[in-house]
Write a protein that binds this ligand. Structure first.
Ligand code: C2E
Ligand code: MG
Ligand code: MG
Ligand code: MG
Length: 292
């Protein structure tokens, strides 16, 4: 009896595993065609200067409009795209689209807006990143100083010399760099002074807990201190309510993003938003479509 159960259990797992790899396989096949079939979309989340209340720009966040599964978020496909190298094509598309969109805002009269783009460490393995960034900027007619590239901590801790070279090549075109999800990665902070960085983005997990947990609040304070002493700006991610915003502003955090102002928006919705608020986010929270 036990044996039979074991066999059934095995069959069950076997079937489950097959289904899983089948799903991955199908998704992978679809993902290969996603760029060509024009199924990727960029959403834009406002970035706010906490000192002045001004809108400074947006972070571009990729989505996949899957023909059968609907709008997929990065959690559904970025890991697969990184494992298979598809992230390089996707990332290049994101760079081009984001630069084009930022230029469109400039042409619509919002010349100061900046665009932030997330990079995967896989995009540094081909040696073609600089060329792709320059292509995206040139095609869009956008100056490099309006583009910020978001890097992961693990990238800077990996093949540091190779990455440092690529970053300094990119820097010559005026682009800047920030570290995403700061505080969740490694405790070795020595790398921070080795790279020319603009800002640290405080991971939203700390912001989420800062009002209830003294420890998480202290981590935020520590990150702001590190950033200040290295001359870097701080960006708080995932601000959802007024009290979090108030505390972070008091602590001297420079910039913020979060559902408090707006969830990520499709290009048209973001453009409407900037027309309405005309540069100031003082009332953005009242105007923005509500979160989720
Ligand atoms: P991230 O770069 O840290 O982006 C912030 C994520 O937090 C976004 O999720 C955003 O929608 C979400 N978020 C923003 N404000 C709030 C808030 O107030 N509350 C909560 N709960 N969430 C908030 P999203 O768009 O699902 O992206 C997830 C991750 O996928 C990103 O994290 C980034 O690491 C990655 N990703 C997104 N777009 C790209 C891309 O074009 N290339 C690469 N390589 N990765 C990307
Ligand atoms: Mg990011
Ligand atoms: Mg983040
Ligand atoms: Mg993240």
């Amino acid at each position: 009896r036990a044996k039979a159960d074991g066999k059934n259990l095995y069959r069950f797992f076997d079937a489950a595993m097959n289904t899983l790899s089948d799903q991955r396989f199908v998704l992978l096949k679809d993902l290969r065609k996603a760029v060509k079939k024009d199924e990727l979309r960029l959403y834009y989340q406002p970035k706010v200067n906490l000192h002045t209340g001004e809108l400074v720009g947006a972070e571009a966040l990729v989505r996949w409009q899957h023909p059968e599964r609907g709008l997929l978020t990065p959690v559904d496909f970025i890991e697969l795209a990184e494992e298979t190298g598809q992230i390089v094509d996707i990332g290049n598309w994101v760079l081009r689209e984001a630069c084009k969109q930022c230029k469109a805002w400039h042409l619509a009269g919002h010349e100061n807006l900046e665009i932030a783009v997330n990079l995967s460490s896989v995009q540094f393995t081909r040696g073609t990143l600089e060329k792709e960034v320059v292509k995206a900027l040139t095609q869009a007619g956008l100056e490099g100083c309006h583009l910020e590239l978001e890097l992961t901590e693990s990238l800077l801790l990996g093949d540091a010399e190779n990455v440092r070279c690529q970053l300094s090549d990119l820097r010559r075109h005026g682009v800047s760099f920030s570290i995403d999800d700061f505080g969740t990665g490694y405790s070795n902070l020595g790398y921070l002074s080795k790279f020319h960085l603009e800002s640290l983005k405080i991971d939203q997990s700390f912001v989420r807990k800062m009002l209830d947990s003294k420890q998480d609040l202290n981590i935020i304070i520590a990150i702001i201190n590190i950033a200040n002493s290295l001359g870097l700006a701080t960006v708080a991610e995932g601000i959802e309510d007024a009290l979090e915003l108030e505390r972070l502003t008091e602590l001297g955090c420079d910039l913020g993003q979060g559902y408090y102002w707006s969830k990520p928006l499709a290009a048209e919705a973001f453009s409407e938003l900037i027309q309405r608020i005309n540069g100031s986010v003082t009332h953005l929270a009242d105007h923005a479509p509500k979160a989720r």
